[in-house]
Design a protein around this ligand. Structure first.
Ligand SMILES: [Zn+2]
Length: 201
């Protein structure tokens, strides 16, 4: 942009590369940061810079965590018979917000999407099978909570086919979530009902 000092332009370009941020929002944010007190800017910069260093994948559920195992896997009050399979870490947050689910999780980090070239081998499906093998006596049910859209449904069906021969109960969230929608944006009441009314697949 003509008339914008290079360091500001650099920040605008970086912000614009984020999802949901267009050129106008990027400029607004950059100029806002410029007006912020030095210590706040420092905190913001440090939290971004250290983010990746301090986050790892929990070796049990594959969720992002600061510790391994993560807080949920480590919590003795969680029900170890039930594992809820979700697409990404934001879905764990959405389900935790309902306060009705007390089991453990498994994060796939995506869904099967042939159009984008994402196959089962690109997801954390193998670690789920290994986890099931290693905890055969503990795990009795796997609740597949992928999103109620085409890719989510296809992934659920694929998982169900793999899991049934393992002798474990396989369930899916009840209908009621908006079709084509995203779990992450479902309201808590709808999501709670969907968890409680889960059905066998
Ligand atoms: Zn974990």
């Amino acid at each position: 942009m003509y008339g914008v000092a290079q360091p500001i332009q650099k920040l605008i370009d970086a912000l614009e590369s984020l999802p949901g941020i267009g050129p106008k929002s990027a400029s607004r944010l950059a100029f806002h940061i410029l007006r912020m007190p030095d210590d706040q800017v420092q905190t913001l910069a440090e939290s971004i810079a250290s983010l990746k260093e301090n986050i790892l994948y929990c070796s049990q559920c594959q969720n992002l965590s600061q510790t391994d195992p993560c807080e949920i896997c480590n919590d003795p009050s969680r029900d170890r018979h039930l594992i809820c399979v979700v697409e990404d870490p934001m879905d764990v947050v959405a389900i935790e917000r309902t306060h009705v689910y007390k089991g453990l999780y498994h994060v796939l980090h995506g869904v099967i999407n042939p159009v984008e070239g994402i196959g089962p081998e690109d997801l954390y499906i193998q670690p789920l099978l290994e986890r099931l093998q290693q905890n055969k006596n503990d795990i009795t049910e796997i609740l597949i909570a992928t999103n109620p859209n085409m890719e989510g449904e296809a992934t659920a069906m694929y998982l169900a086919r793999l899991l049934h021969p393992q002798g474990v109960r396989v369930t899916r969230l009840a209908r009621g979530l908006p079709v084509g929608g995203d779990l992450e944006y479902a309201d808590e009441v709808t999501l709670s009902r969907s968890l409680e009314g889960r059905r066998d697949i």
